[in-house]
Design a protein. Structure first.
Length: 312
């Protein structure tokens, strides 16, 4: 009974902390929105309001029911690695490096791990859970909080395990989380910025927005969170310019909390696999998103030439 009470108390405390943590990003993105979008920003807010409310519902559901499981999982992973000595790098080895170097390496390795984990989430077997994140057709900075509970757990388990095995100290692991989390807010924001030459190193809001587009050419592109060099090195970088394509998914998902959470448990979510058009890990000839029609987004079609040049 005490354990249950403790978990409930921890969940309420986490919910309060989560709400507080949104205050500064909220003010930051409101200011940027007014500067970039000017009079149009109020219309943008109204249009995105229903999806933003759903994002918050999913966030608080995860805080109450998933965060306690993540804490338990973290304890188990640490105990197993410590007991069996599974470290790739001994934890004490990092003490000889300057903390800034350690933090930079933790963020770099964390983003490298996240890149490959994200690619895995776009396979047929995991897409139904990850599709929840992509289902926001009015993507804003709050879309970062729109993740299916299972997706949240696998993200932590995979990313956290690698950093744990690398023996990074607690401050570096926390820095990796904070940098990639808050930068994640930024790249999900409705901003047209492509970064110019800096895009050779860093992920821009435009780059990640293309990743969320319904154009099938961008479904398997732009997976990194911080460093675009991973997408460039592994051939998944595609940024023809500011993204003007429609956003969201073609999966039929109800825009409600239960509709989002239950989608991955419905047989129709795996119809490409059941029909034999796709395997567990490869889409084959099946396109998870149908091609955009010309009348849906003429601007995307006008970018074909530059997209082809970019991908070549």
């Amino acid at each position: 009974m005490d354990t249950i009470t403790g978990l409930l108390f921890s969940s309420f405390e986490s919910a309060l902390q989560a709400a507080k943590s949104l205050a500064i990003p909220f003010l930051f993105f409101v200011c940027i929105g007014f500067v970039v979008r000017k009079q149009e920003f109020i219309k943008d807010l109204r249009r995105a309001f229903p999806q933003s409310v759903l994002n918050l519902k999913i966030m608080f559901f995860n805080v109450f029911f998933v965060v306690p499981l993540i804490f338990i999982t973290a304890g188990i992973l640490h105990a197993v690695v410590s007991h069996y000595g599974l470290w790739i790098v001994e934890p004490g080895a990092w003490s000889s490096f300057h903390p800034v170097i350690v933090i930079l390496l933790a963020v770099f390795i964390g983003d490298f791990t996240g890149y490959w984990r994200h690619r895995f989430e776009h396979t047929p077997i995991l897409w139904p859970s990850h599709a929840v994140h992509h289902s926001d057709d009015e993507m804003t900075w709050l879309t970062l909080e729109r993740f299916h509970p299972l997706n949240r757990i696998t993200t932590f388990a995979i990313d956290g395990s690698v950093l744990l095995l690398m023996g990074f100290p607690a401050y570096a692991v926390m820095a990796n989380y904070l940098v990639r989390h808050y930068y994640g807010f930024f790249i999900h924001a409705d901003l047209p910025w492509t970064y110019g030459k800096a895009s050779w190193i860093f992920v821009s809001p435009a780059m990640h927005r293309w990743h969320h587009s319904t154009d099938p050419r961008y479904f398997y592109t732009n997976f990194a969170t911080v460093f675009s060099i991973f997408d460039r090195c592994f051939g998944t970088y595609r940024v023809p310019g500011p993204c003007t394509a429609p956003l969201g998914v073609t999966d039929s998902m109800n825009p409600t909390l239960m509709g989002q959470l239950s989608y991955m448990f419905q047989a129709r979510a795996y119809s490409p696999i059941k029909s034999g058009k796709a395997s567990f890990f490869f889409w084959g000839s099946y396109e998870p998103r149908p091609a955009i029609q010309n009348d849906e987004c003429d601007s995307v079609q006008s970018l074909k030439a530059s997209a082809a040049e970019n991908s070549g």
